[in-house]
Design a protein around this ligand. Structure first.
Ligand SMILES: [Zn+2]
Length: 548
């Protein structure tokens, strides 16, 4: 009997240890984004259709922290004999009914975050299919928005409801049924949100109309640009509207709108003027603001920010800094999120493995803004600030079909931005800036077409006529950094090399006040100099020894 208890204790002990290990791994894995990751391997069933339209009707209930409504999903079959459709929706919600365009009641299951619907008759290739999904439930609450997102059921300073939503890490499935993958964007989205009077609901695109019924208002919003599911967004509060006009390069007028709470109303005009100035600056580098037929929108949120298309979440409370070497004020959060209207919203990765393109180029844009406003020294100061954040513990492009959770880390911002900085030096301003603009404007890379790191690498090779793939892949897919060696070989004689790389990099070698560009690699290059030469003095490259 004693033996039995001994074994029982060992088994129970082992189980407890295993549970603790599992819990620890789970906590570490989800410390960036919450329990729900987005993206990853595309479900085989979802390869068979392309979502074209979401029509979302919702009634958020702040008192019960509850959502109820209907989402209509329009899709096109890209395979024949499409009998079943799978869509994501977390299990917090109960689906009450699914019908098709002909009002047929369809058979479905909903478990493990997946709705499986069987069509009345199998879809034919190119057939348009519509599903109307009615659902309700308590959505997840945001724990650490925008990093661990969900709904913010907040109150403003006057005690009024203030509802926000963020779900980049989790995907749209935490609040509406969708195909939760970055490689498929709806061409347009309509939102109909019902709120108690006199609340205002802001959302993507343009406000078409507002209906009033028994003390409730329904706001009808429409966006007719492709949009990825995490960017579909609404915010509810006692918002007022501050609006100014932006004139596009071709002379069209576009509203720049800030939905702001009464407590923050003071300062809103100045903030909107700053937004317009930033739009004008960005378009020099990236081309025109991508959603000019609708608006550039900001909405005050109870979390820092997120790049929701035509409705950037803004929670930085006018905490302005200064443009380097200048007296100009700058809201870095607004600048960053606005940059995503190009990098993320117009140019979108097909797989979260290439998350760095959205965050890294967007962060690099903050340095370009410094360049535009204050010149070359301010640009370099910003790049050095970005460099200090690089950790370089793991590559920024990991395996294919990554989820948001797997792909997200600080280096996708900083090291990604630094690679763009390196490319500026390597390609020279003329090729670099035209390549950057081409990447942001060529239909091949924008809106309904999706990209990955290879698209950028190929474009760099094509525009420069040189094979910069090894350079770019070193910084993207490895943690290796060029290690510059400078040896004294005699009186006034030095040899410079980069022994740990298999290719050659153009680098500036400075002796006294003279600089010359050399191609450096394993082979030693002799440099005549009275004093020890300095390699890459300006810091165009991230090199061994730069990180501490
Ligand atoms: Zn960002």
């Amino acid at each position: 009997m004693k033996k039995f208890f001994k074994w029982l204790a060992i088994i129970v002990g082992t189980v407890i240890v295993l549970i603790l290990i599992y819990a620890a791994i789970t906590l570490v894995r989800y410390n960036r984004f919450g329990l729900y990751a987005s993206g990853g391997e595309l479900l085989p069933n979802q390869k068979a259709f392309d979502v074209t339209f979401y029509d979302i009707s919702l009634r958020p209930d702040a008192g019960r922290k509850y959502l109820s409504g209907t989402t209509s999903v329009e899709l096109i079959a890209i395979e024949d004999q499409l009998a079943e459709i799978q869509l994501h929706l977390i299990d917090n919600f109960t689906v009450s009914a699914i019908t098709d365009a002909k009002k047929n009641i369809l058979k479905f299951t909903h478990e493990d975050g997946l709705i499986k619907v069987w069509l009345a008759t199998p879809g034919k290739i190119n057939e348009k299919i519509r599903l109307n999904i009615s659902y309700a439930g308590k959505p997840v609450e945001a724990i650490r928005p925008p990093w661990i997102g969900g709904i913010n059921w907040s109150k403003d300073a006057d005690g009024h409801d203030w509802i926000g939503l963020s779900c980049q890490g989790e995907g749209g499935k935490i609040w509406f049924p969708c195909k939760d993958h970055p490689s498929d964007e709806a061409d347009s989205v309509f939102l109909h949100i019902t709120v108690p009077e006199p609340y205002f609901c802001a959302a993507n695109g343009l406000l078409r109309s507002v209906d009033s019924d028994s003390g409730y208002l329904t706001y009808h919003w429409e966006t007719r640009y492709p949009i990825n599911n995490y960017n579909i967004n609404f915010a509810i509060g006692m918002y007022g509207k501050v609006e100014q006009e932006y004139i596009t390069e071709t002379g069209e007028k576009m509203p720049v709108v800030f939905y702001v709470l009464p407590q923050s109303r003071q300062g809103a005009e100045k903030h909107v003027a700053m937004a317009i100035d930033m739009l004008q600056s960005y378009r020099k580098f990236y081309g025109e603001y991508p959603f000019a037929r609708e608006k550039f929108g900001l909405v005050q949120t109870d979390y820092l920010g997120m790049e929701h298309q035509t409705l950037n979440a803004y929670g930085n409370n006018y905490r302005y800094g200064k443009v380097f070497n200048s007296e100009l004020e700058l809201d870095w959060l607004m600048l960053h999120e606005m940059g995503h209207e190009w990098w993320g919203n117009k140019v979108t990765v097909k797989d979260w493995s290439h998350f760095w393109i959205q965050e890294g180029i967007c962060s690099y844009g903050e340095a370009l803004y410094q360049l535009d406003k204050s010149g070359e020294d301010a640009y370099h100061k910003k790049m050095q600030q970005i460099r200090r954040r690089i950790r370089n513990k793991s590559p920024i492009v990991i395996h294919a079909n990554a989820t948001t959770t797997e792909a997200y880390n600080g280096d996708i911002y900083s090291k990604g931005a630094y690679l763009m900085h390196t490319l500026r030096y390597v390609l020279g301003d003329s090729v670099f800036f035209s390549t950057l603009k081409q990447f942001a404007t060529d239909p091949k890379y924008t809106y309904q077409n999706f990209i990955d790191s290879d698209d950028l690498i190929d474009l760099v090779i094509q525009n420069s006529g040189r094979n910069y793939r090894p350079l770019m892949e070193m910084y993207l897919k490895t943690t290796k950094l060029p290690q510059v060696e400078i040896d004294s070989t005699g009186i006034s004689q030095y040899e410079v090399s980069i022994p740990n790389i298999e290719f050659r990099l153009p680098m500036e070698v400075t002796v006294g006040d003279k600089s010359r560009r050399y191609l450096l690699g394993r082979e030693k290059v002799a440099i005549a100099a009275d004093e020890r030469p300095v390699v890459d003095a300006r810091g165009w490259y991230l090199k061994e020894g730069d990180l501490h």
